[in-house]
Design a protein around this ligand. Structure first.
Ligand SMILES: [Zn+2]
Length: 423
């Protein structure tokens, strides 16, 4: 057999054409019933009884598709379709846990599109050189257990798991206890050691308005923007609101509002249209209608795709605060560098969009995803489809069926091409 011609370019298109719209939308509808909210949204906390029930339905479906199902120490699930050669697999997938006020697509779409690709490859009779794996990554949302993306971050750095096991949810249940319960729920699944992946492609809803505004059905995601979190504490002196003349006040809120304005101006000047600056959490002491505030603490969330801009922002922030001396204190809380996906994987996504004759545009992800972690260990990229009204983490989250189908076709094309790469 001629191995070169047995993996020709027509296979990817053939697989994409076998994506079945009714089967895909039916699978999305069915999963959304597990944890359904009365308002049309989904509330399916990580490793809850609902999550276990959802996983059980997907394990059964994978077995009927002839896939091997395994788990790992962090309860990630792997659904593997064998390849012709025993090489590292091409992976896709996402998460099926949701926010408490979640929609039906965030995460679930990427997993179910992966399943649709497994079914389409079977229907099309397409064999691939490498195995294809759909993954469900545990606790991506971070709403039951913090931080988020425990499953995918543990996949790339298993040493993190010990620290995660002792994390408790609001009811006092440890993450470790839920991992043990998952193990008990699925006694027949083999637990596997960490494995190398050839590539990872995550299909996800955009969760923002850019594709819809541009009337473009597919986003070729080039990376994920970086973030800086800080806390800013402004000090004044509490005094009587009625008796203290304006000129002698030390009002912490007046100071905080001035500092907030300066930080925003500097973020926008440095970052331009790509800057995202948010002051989302405020704490006022004593928080009384007739007392001048003595202390105001607020948070800064600054995001940008360019690491140089993030570094300049750090310096500019110190300059903004310097004139206020000891009255303003800055505390860094968290940071994550921007991630640029692998050019080889981005090219495969682009190629898939072109092969389908679909309009696409490059886009940087505003939100974190499991792909952020996978990008550290294998060639990674993402595909976005538009979110209606840019709405997400909300029961109103929606995407046109035609876009959901097109995204899945692009995924199928891309996965087959990557699966047939010899190296
Ligand atoms: Zn998600």
């Amino acid at each position: 057999m001629n191995m070169t011609s047995s993996y020709d370019k027509t296979h990817a298109l053939h697989a994409a054409e076998h994506v079945d719209p009714a089967r895909l939308i039916g699978a999305i509808d069915a999963l959304a019933t597990i944890g359904a909210r009365s308002d049309g949204g989904v509330d399916r906390p990580a490793l809850s009884a609902l999550d276990i029930e959802a996983r059980r339905t997907l394990i059964e479906r994978a077995q009927t598709l002839g896939c091997t199902v395994t788990t790992d120490a962090c309860a990630n699930l792997f659904f593997r379709r064998a390849g012709d050669e025993d090489l590292p697999p091409v992976m896709t997938g996402s998460h099926i846990d949701t926010q408490p006020t979640g929609g039906r697509l965030d995460g679930a779409y990427g997993v179910l599109a992966g399943f649709e690709c497994l079914a389409a490859l079977a229907d099309a009779g397409v064999r691939t050189r490498r195995p294809l794996e759909v993954a469900i990554w545990t606790n991506e949302e971070g709403s039951r257990f913090q931080p988020g993306a425990m499953g995918s971050s543990t996949f790339v750095d298993p040493a993190r798991l010990d620290g995660f096991r002792t994390v408790r949810d609001a009811a006092g249940v440890t993450f470790g206890a839920t991992l043990d319960a998952h193990r008990t729920a699925f006694p027949a699944l083999d637990t596997r050691a960490p494995q190398h992946a050839h590539a990872f492609i995550e299909l996800h809803i955009e969760q923002g308005p850019l594709l819809e505004l541009a009337d473009t059905p597919l986003g070729v995601v080039t990376g994920i923007q970086g973030v800086r979190w800080h806390s800013v504490r402004c000090m004044g002196a509490a005094a009587h609101a009625g008796t203290t003349p304006m000129a002698v006040r030390r009002d912490a809120m007046t100071l905080a509002v001035r500092v907030r304005g300066a930080i925003e101006a500097c973020a926008l000047a440095l970052g331009g249209d790509a800057a995202r600056i948010t002051f989302g959490s405020w704490n006022i002491e004593p928080n009384s209608i007739n007392t001048i505030p003595s202390t105001v603490t607020f948070t800064v969330d600054f995001r940008h795709p360019d690491p140089a801009v993030l570094a300049r922002f750090d310096a500019a922030l110190k300059n903004c605060l310097a004139p206020h001396g000891a009255d303003v204190r800055l505390e860094p809380l968290f940071e994550h560098a921007p991630v640029h996906f692998a050019d080889t994987a981005i090219a495969r996504v682009h190629e898939a969009c072109d092969a389908l004759g679909a309009r696409s545009q490059p886009i940087v992800s505003g939100a974190f995803h499991d792909a952020l972690h996978l990008a550290k260990v294998c060639a990674t990229a993402m595909i976005f489809v538009p979110s209606r009204g840019g709405i997400s983490h909300n029961p109103l989250e929606a995407t046109d069926d035609a876009d959901l189908v097109l995204g899945t076709r692009a995924l199928a094309h891309c996965l087959v091409e990557l699966c047939n790469e010899a190296r």
